[in-house]
Design a protein around this ligand. Structure first.
Ligand SMILES: C[S@@+](CC[C@H](N)C(=O)[O-])C[C@H]1O[C@@H](n2cnc3c(N)ncnc32)[C@H](O)[C@@H]1O
Length: 336
């Protein structure tokens, strides 16, 4: 039987991800296939029937590279000829390489054992990485280890730009909250009623506990598990929000987009369903090209009224490093 190995991930500013020549291949329970590509083979004997099984690289198959153009989609990497056994649950480890998408930098010591990798491309001046952002499992396992991580910008970075769009007496809907401090900081600034949503159960459980543990009164913050792409309205405690905020959820969702940006559209449609006319959606993104299109059949759409660039400084910035900007999009729900 021929077994094809497909992988799916999100490449950031790198492309042509492939195993190195001396890469070792691991499948479930670490059934090791050792040696080089041409001769790699695995022989196993069944404990019960004593029959032997083998797996070998298909000699006619040339290892393929994972390409940034097909980001977030399954792409075939390798092919094996299996006899008497099945290969399940591939585990990438070290010995991968990729090249800069905007430069000719070659990264040849990529270790994917933790399921992710990040670096900085000096030539293009861009962060580079391989992180499966669009997979819920990725977030669940990340939140099992990670207590706090603030994506892109903090409340302090955005406060002066967004406060004109916020109302202290209204419920604010915060989507893809992760383990950000944003809701606590906003509550401290007087925005007490914030409904926080994330599809990773682990993080919602944790944020509920964190809220209890804090020494201040955060009883106006509520936490719910739910998928923002799928019937968002069904798990919200209220309907008709006047203000929605997402910080880098739109980026995560865009990672799984096709050429028609179907998932970003689906997301924008879902947010339409839970908001009032003239509602404001504050969406924070690393991209200066976000588009909040909705489906043609809907009566309302998101009009991007403002795109506010915020300059950020990275810890390891060298003198003369190019400035990096993140963007606050102010979208208003208006009738077509
Ligand atoms: C890049 S992180 C941003 C976290 C947080 N907003 C921050 O700024 O630190 C994206 C978050 O969105 C969540 N997420 C991704 N897709 C989601 C979806 N379809 N529905 C709900 N949450 C989602 C992830 O679990 C993760 O917590």
């Amino acid at each position: 039987m021929v077994a094809s190995l497909y992988i799916k991930t999100d490449l950031e500013n790198v492309t042509d991800l492939a195993p190195t020549d001396d890469c070792e291949w691991y499948f479930k329970d670490i059934y090791e296939i050792s040696g080089s590509r041409g001769s790699a083979s695995l022989v196993m004997r069944c404990k019960f029937c004593k029959r032997e099984g083998t797996a070998q690289f298909e000699p006619s198959f040339k290892i393929k590279k994972y390409n940034i153009e097909q980001n977030g989609k399954f792409q075939q990497i390798a092919q094996f000829d299996c006899r008497g056994l099945e290969l399940v649950d591939f585990q990438p480890r070290d010995s991968w390489l990729a090249k800069g998408a905007e430069s000719d930098t070659v990264f040849n010591d990529i270790d994917l054992s933790e399921g992710e990798w990040a670096e900085y491309d000096e030539k293009s001046g861009e962060p580079v990485g391989i992180i499966p952002f669009h997979e819920r499992d990725y977030w669940e396992s990340r939140f099992k280890k990670e207590k706090h991580f603030e994506w892109l910008l903090t409340w302090k970075d955005i406060q002066s730009e967004v406060e004109t769009y916020l109302n202290k007496s209204e419920n604010i809907l915060h989507l893809g909250c992760g383990n950000s401090e944003l809701p606590f900081d906003m509550s401290d600034a007087g925005y007490k009623r914030i409904v926080n949503i994330d599809y990773a159960e682990t993080v919602i459980r944790r944020m509920k506990a964190v809220t209890q543990e804090k020494q201040k009164d955060y009883s106006g913050l509520s936490w719910y598990t739910g998928d923002c792409l799928n019937n968002l309205i069904s798990f919200l405690p209220h309907e008709n929000y006047t203000t929605v905020i997402d910080k880098s959820l739109v980026d995560t969702i865009a990672c799984s987009d096709d050429n028609l940006q179907s998932n970003t559209k689906k997301f924008a449609d879902q947010v339409l369903q839970v908001t009032t006319v003239n509602a404001v959606w504050i969406s924070i993104s690393f991209s200066n090209e976000r588009i909040y299109n909705t489906s043609p059949s809907s009566t309302f759409y998101w009009k991007t009224e403002k795109k506010i660039p915020i300059e950020v400084h990275q810890e390891n910035d060298k003198p003369g490093a190019p400035a990096i900007y993140y963007y606050i999009y102010i979208n208003k729900k208006v009738q077509k």
